[in-house]
Structures are given as structure tokens and as C-alpha cells.
Ligand binder design. Structure first.
Ligand code: PEP
Ligand code: MG
Length: 765
């Protein structure tokens, strides 16, 4: 017997002569199954599908729009030529899609509903097809009980019908015979050689028809009767009675399943207070027409696909939301707004989102009305991909202390949190995202990958252990209101190691507050000054004087000491609006760091002059982010030489961040152009492990202590030709990873001031 394959659910494709009929059928299905089943529609003909008819090309497009994760596509067709069109479409579509297609002869509405219920229950495609064909059974039984019934499962032959069994049982599930127990009943029943029926409310249903079982309408506490005949009748009845008499272990089906993993600790500290749910401010959507409609359509498609990928990998609620992104009502409307109205992709998409949202809002069923909010949420997620340069959103936080509940706090938002934010719970996020780094630096307790449903009014949580208490009672809240963590204590800046060498402790800073804390905590110097943090929210390029002034303020606490200033590291999760970089499908692999600076040479030179001016009172070193090959270093050196000439200063030591595996593997190629190296384990880990650093579900992959990352660090130390090699990623402040890095030969670690104490303690013995 096949187990239900819940991870590869079957999708439905509705082919109808009427767009209205297909749309209404989908609405009917969604009322029963929510968003668990991916559904595509190919309905109507002519412009906008307004005429009656079917179109093979539309069927191909609809089939292709269904997520590849759906193992099979069951096609339900209405009258006459719908079958002809579907047949033709089958010939026209790519082989990969064709192989997944199953044409069902079932009645359109009843079949679609029965198929959707079976698919939502995770039954295999053969069962989904059987359920679809059986969709008329209940109606037929009620109207003409004597009419012949379809026989999806052969009846046991008289010769082998050796026994009958019968048992009454009280339904234990508090939700009655709903989708999940009914599906389990069908699945278990299929494993026995017996003809089985279930009777309730004076009506009887075959055990192999999910729809028939559901339409028995058996409520919690109802007494139902299981009857079976056949060689395994006794055993079947016993197993099924046990099944129905058992209270469910899992929550009822419409509650979200618990996430596979708990929240991810991001920034330590315990805190309790009122929750402030961030309601995203409307984004500024450009209204210019699309200069090239095909290109606009392609960009929109890419943003939708990327968003689908991210959401469908998330917790169940988000995966369900993701299916909306394949809803033709939404997607086709956006394409039409590009094609027919000439709108740019962002404006077209948002128009389609708002009109779809309005349609949900007009529905009577509260469940469906609530889905309107899902449309807005997925709509925003796509929009953020289309408009990566948009500035920080208005978090609308008041002056009273609060804990933020937010979806993907950006680095820009984290850098400018008001003092009233005492904690952050992010539904997404990861431990090494830039927002996480900033939260740790600011000492704001935070967790990522948080699911809170229902959303409480107040919350208490522990940013180190991941414990969350919704609506805590006063005594619990007090337990979580630990006094603010004291400023990191001062200590030695070089730790003696057993081999006679010393381990230097440097600091990473992005704000003046962090820099003051690092100096007070006795850091040897600044090992990484993240200049971009100063300018994340700037729509226009800051002038040289302003840059110099702000960078100087960052360095001031380390007057006369060594400071490593990293040139602006733009791109990926640190979009810098004034660099006006083109939107990219995959910005982490695109124009970021040094690549971005070399594309803006005039700005780069001004920026370097500002750093030279700001670092005048210090032992200044300049470091370049995201270096890949020696040619980039050579080009940057040329620009630095120009900047030094213009500023009238000597050329300071120039370093390279090692964050790209190619640079690490060929470190010897960079030696001639580079005075020192610093390994950025945050980015190096994401590229070595192919695991986006901001994704909470990849936390297990994104581990800088993985031997693949540590071995690469050891390789860099061995082949750096005597150049100093430090580590300035988050691993430097994590005792477990730091021990491995020191064993790999690293003798300089640069970390947030808040991590210095833990590292001193780890190497104290
Ligand atoms: C790194 O990638 O490890 C690093 C220090 O740079 P950032 O975190 O700012 O990308
Ligand atoms: Mg980096």
C-alpha cells in the first residue's frame, strides 16, 4: 500500500469554456481546502478569455505555471471540445510537463472538488483520479440508490468472501470526520482485502471514496458503524475502529503545523513587553511606462519565481501562501497590465495584487476574505524583489518600549531602530544576516524564524535559548525583564596561546555606539569598520565632506590605534540606493562589494578620499569587500593611488576581504597586490555551502564551523605568503568556530564588542 505523498501533492488544472465557471469552481474548492492544492485555470477564449471556448496554448501555459514540486497534474475538463484542446495541449507542451499530466474523465465541478479534497489530503495521484471519477457517487446514491455505482476497487470475489464484520465506534476527533481522519480511513482501508463501508446519520459510504466519507457529515462524538466483508474483514474493522476511536495527536488540519525547527537565536538577552506588529508602509512604486514590455514581463516572472521558491521553502503557512503566486487571476492580470496598459512590472504587479485583494474582500465567507491578506503579503514579497533599492520601511514604532514582530528586518531598518525597540522577532531572517549582526552589535535581543499564531498582545522571549512565551503572566514577564546587559567589560587585547603565540582581539563596528563599546572593552583596534551602515538609508550620494565626517566619528574612539576601514560594501542584503545598481535576479551573486565600486569609479575615488581624510589621526588601513580576482585589486589600487595623490596622503596598506571561494583557493594570486587579508566567514560560508546567509531554514548549512569552511581558512593562512590573515565574520566571536579557526592558524579575530567577553573566556584556560 502506498503511503500518502504529502510532500509531492497533486496539482489541478481546470479547463473550461467559461472563465467565470473555472474561477467559481476554484473558489468552491478553496473554501474546502484552503490553499493546500496548487490550481491553474485555462478557461475562455479570445482577449482576456472573455469569449466561451478553450485554447490549447492557454492550457500549455497554465500547466507550465504549476509548481514543479507538484508531482502530478490532474486535468478536469468541462464539455465537448475541452478534451480536444487538452489533448492538443498535451502534444504541444514540453515532455517534462506532459509526463506529469493526467486527463480525468470526471464531471467538471464534482470531479474537481473530489480531486482537490484527495490532493489536499496528500493521497497519491491514482487515488486523486479515482476520487474525481467517484465525485458523483454521493449525489447518485441520494437520487437513485439503485443506479449502478462506479467500482473503483474490485469487489472481493464470492469465492474469497469468507467473513463479515461489523463494529460501532464513537468518533474521538473533536472536529468529527474531517479531511485528515477521512483520508487516513481511506488509506488504511485500502490495505485490506475487504469491501468496507462506513455508516453514519443513516447514510452509508464506501471506504474508498473520500468525498462520500466527508459528506456523511459525521460530527465529533457521533456513533458510526464500520462494516466489512471479505477475507480480511475482521482485521480491517479492528484497525479502522482503532483509527476512529483515537483522539488526534496532531492539531486539527486548519491550524498551522508547528515549524520543523524552533526559532533561531540571533542576539542574546531576555526581554518582555508589548508586541508591535510591523505593518509595512506602502512602497513607492514608480509609475513610468515599461520601455520594453517583454523585458518587463520577464523581470516580473523572475521575481515571482524567486519569491515562490523562498516562500515554498518556508513554514507551512508560507508554503500555502506561495501557491497564490501561481494563481492566474493574479499573474495574468499583472501580465495584461504590462502588455495592454504598458505599465512597468512593479506598477502592473501591484495593480493586480490590489484588484485581487479587493475581490477577496467582497466575498461573504470569512475564510476567503482572510485570504485577501495573503495576497497582499505575497504581493509585497514580489514587489520587494522588483524594487530592491527602496529605502527602509516606516516601522511606525511609537515612543513606548515594544518588541517588533517583523517579516525580514532589513539591515537598513536594523541600523536605524528607535530606542523604544527592546527586542525583535523576525518571521524570517538568519543569524548572520546583516540585520542580525547589527542587532547583536546594538545588544537588542532577537530571534529569527519565529512563528506566532495567533499573534499575542505581549510576549516574552530569550534571544539565546529561543524560548518564547506569548502573553506571559506578570510573574513570567518579570523573569524575562533582565536588567540591560552591562557594557562589555574591559580585558586584554591579546590573549597568550599555549604555543607561545598571541591571539589578537579586534572589533567590528558599524555605528558610533558600537565603536565606543569596543574601545571601552579593550579591543586591539578596529578590524572591520562597515562604512555602508552609515549610508544605507541615503537616496542620494553623500558628499566627500559628509562621508569623511561620519567615518571619522566611527573611528574617533580608536584615535592613534590601528583601524581597518572597509570601503562601501553595497549589494545583496545591503542595497545602497544612491549607487543605482540595476535590480538583479540573484544579487548575492551579482554586482556587490568591489564589483559595485569598480562600476562607479568616480564615487569610489571620492569615497577613498573621504576615508583617507577620516583616518588621518589613526594607523589607517583600507580593505576591499568581495574581492574575486587579482585584476580587481590592481584596478582598485590604481584608483587608490589617484585618491591619495588628490588627498596628498601616502598610500595606506590595502587589504582584501576573502569571501569568495575563488579568492580563497587562489590566494597566492592576490598576494602581489594585497598587503593583508581578512576572511569574511559570513559570506564565505554562504558561498562555500551554497546557503543564503539570510535564510532561517538554511541555518544548519550556513555553519562557519563546517570543515569545508575551516579547511579553506587554513588554506588561506598557508598560502598567504606571510601576509597577515584575520577573520572578521561572525565566526570570530563564536567560541566553537573561533577555536577551529585558531587551530587553522588564525591569530587575529575581529568581532562585535559584545562577543569579546565570550572569546576571552573561551581562550582563558
Ligand atoms: C563577512 O562576510 O563575513 C563580513 C564580515 O562581511 P559582511 O558581514 O559585512 O558581509
Ligand atoms: Mg561580507
Amino acid at each position: 500500500m502506498d503511503a500518502p505523498d504529502i510532500t509531492a501533492p497533486t496539482a489541478l488544472l481546470l479547463v473550461s469554456h467559461s472563465a467565470a465557471l473555472a474561477e467559481a469552481t476554484e473558489a468552491l474548492i478553496r473554501q474546502m481546502t484552503g490553499t493546500r492544492v496548487a490550481i491553474a485555470r485555462a478557461a475562455g477564449a479570445g482577449p482576456g478569455g472573455r469569449d466561451l471556448g478553450t485554447d490549447p496554448m492557454a492550457i500549455v501555459a497554465a500547466a507550465e505555471s504549476l509548481p514543479a514540486a507538484c508531482g502530478a497534474i490532474v486535468v478536469l475538463m468541462d464539455i465537448g471540445s475541452a478534451l480536444l484542446s487538452a489533448d492538443m495541449a498535451r502534444d504541444l507542451m514540453p515532455a517534462g510537463v506532459r509526463a506529469r499530466l493526467h486527463l480525468s474523465p470526471a464531471a467538471f465541478v464534482e470531479g474537481a472538488l473530489a480531486a482537490a479534497l484527495a490532493a489536499a489530503a496528500g493521497l497519491p495521484v491514482e487515488r486523486v483520479l479515482a476520487e474525481a471519477e467517484n465525485g458523483l457517487a454521493a449525489k447518485r446514491a441520494d437520487i437513485a440508490p439503485s443506479a449502478p455505482q462506479p467500482q473503483p476497487k474490485p469487489m472481493p470475489s464470492p469465492a474469497t468472501t469468507t467473513a463479515t464484520a461489523r463494529r460501532a465506534v464513537t468518533l474521538a476527533d473533536p472536529a468529527g470526520l474531517h479531511l485528515r481522519p477521512a483520508a487516513a480511513f481511506v488509506t488504511v482501508a485500502a490495505g485490506y482485502d475487504a469491501d468496507i463501508r462506513l455508516t453514519a446519520n443513516g447514510r452509508s459510504a464506501r471506504a474508498d471514496s473520500l468525498t462520500a466519507l466527508l459528506t456523511l457529515d459525521a460530527a465529533a462524538g457521533a456513533t458510526v458503524t464500520i462494516e466489512a466483508s471479505g477475507p480480511q474483514a475482521e482485521a480491517a474493522v479492528a484497525a479502522l475502529a482503532t483509527l476512529l476511536a483515537q483522539a488526534p495527536e496532531a492539531p486539527p488540519p486548519d491550524l498551522p503545523a508547528p515549524p520543523a525547527t524552533g526559532p533561531i537565536p540571533v542576539s542574546p538577552g531576555r526581554v518582555a513587553g508589548p508586541l508591535h506588529v510591523v505593518d509595512r508602509a506602502p512602497l513607492a512604486i514608480p509609475d513610468h511606462p515599461a520601455p520594453d514590455r517583454d523585458a518587463a514581463r520577464i523581470r516580473l516572472r523572475a521575481a515571482i519565481d524567486a519569491t515562490f521558491g523562498r516562500l515554498s521553502a518556508g513554514p507551512p503557512i508560507m508554503a500555502a501562501q506561495a501557491t497564490l503566486l501561481h494563481d492566474p487571476a493574479l499573474v495574468d492580470a499583472a501580465y495584461a497590465a504590462i502588455q495592454d496598459a504598458g505599465l512597468n512590472e512593479a506598477a502592473a504587479w501591484w495593480r493586480a495584487v490590489l484588484s485581487t485583494h479587493a475581490r477577496y474582500g467582497a466575498l461573504d465567507a470569512p475564510y476567503l476574505r482572510a485570504r485577501g491578506q495573503d495576497v497582499i503579503e505575497v504581493g509585497r514579497a514580489v514587489l520587494q524583489r522588483l524594487l530592491p533599492g527602496t529605502g527602509p520601511r516606516d516601522l511606525a514604532v511609537g515612543p513606548a518600549p515594544c518588541i517588533l514582530l517583523v517579516d525580514t528586518l532589513t539591515a537598513a531598518e536594523a541600523a536605524s531602530l528607535p530606542a523604544s525597540v527592546i527586542g525583535v522577532l523576525d518571521r524570517q531572517g538568519g543569524a548572520t544576516s546583516h540585520a542580525a549582526i547589527l542587532l547583536r552589535g546594538a545588544g537588542i535581543p532577537a530571534l529569527a524564524g519565529v512563528t506566532l499564531d495567533p499573534v499575542p498582545r505581549t510576549v516574552a522571549f530569550d534571544g539565546a535559548s529561543g524560548e518564547i512565551v506569548p502573553d506571559p503572566d506578570p510573574a513570567t514577564a518579570r523573569r524575562f525583564q533582565s536588567p540591560p546587559s552591562p557594557a562589555p567589560a574591559a580585558g586584554p587585547s591579546v590573549l597568550p596561546l599555549r604555543d607561545g603565540t598571541g591571539l589578537e582581539l579586534w572589533a567590528n563596528v558599524g555605528t558610533v555606539r558600537e565603536s565606543l563599546a569596543a574601545a571601552a572593552a579593550g579591543a586591539h583596534g578596529i578590524g572591520l569598520a562597515r562604512t555602508e551602515i552609515l549610508f544605507l538609508d541615503r537616496p542620494d550620494a553623500p558628499a566627500e565632506a559628509e562621508q569623511a565626517e561620519r567615518i571619522a566619528a566611527l573611528l574617533a574612539p580608536f584615535r592613534g590605534r590601528p583601524v581597518v576601514v572597509r570601503a562601501l560594501d553595497a549589494g545583496a542584503d545591503k542595497p545602497i540606493p544612491f549607487l543605482a545598481l540595476d535590480p538583479e535576479d540573484n544579487p548575492a551573486l551579482g554586482v556587490r562589494g568591489l564589483r559595485a565600486l569598480l562600476r562607479r569609479p568616480a564615487f569610489f575615488r571620492t569615497h577613498l578620499r573621504a576615508i583617507l581624510r577620516a583616518g588621518g589621526a589613526h594607523d589607517l588601513r583600507i580593505m576591499l569587500p568581495m574581492v574575486t580576482v587579482a585584476e580587481e585589486m590592481r584596478a582598485a589600487r590604481g584608483i587608490l593611488a589617484d585618491a591619495c595623490r588628490e588627498a596628498g596622503t601616502p598610500i595606506p596598506p590595502l587589504g582584501a576581504m576573502i569571501e569568495v571561494p575563488a579568492a580563497a583557493l587562489r590566494i597566492e594570486d592576490l598576494v602581489a597586490e594585497t598587503d593583508f587579508f581578512s576572511i569574511g566567514t559570513n559570506d564565505l560560508t554562504q558561498y562555500v555551502m551554497a546557503a543564503e546567509r539570510g535564510r532561517q531554514d538554511f541555518a544548519a548549512f550556513a555553519d562557519a564551523a563546517h570543515p569545508a569552511v575551516i579547511d579553506l581558512c587554513a588554506h588561506v593562512v598557508r598560502h598567504a605568503n606571510g601576509r597577515s590573515v584575520s577573520v572578521c565574520g561572525e565566526a570570530a566571536g563564536d567560541p566553537r568556530a573561533a577555536r577551529l579557526l585558531v587551530a587553522a592558524g588564525i591569530r587575529r579575530l575581529s568581532m562585535a564588542a559584545t562577543r569579546l567577553g565570550a572569546i576571552r573566556a573561551a581562550f582563558a584556560a
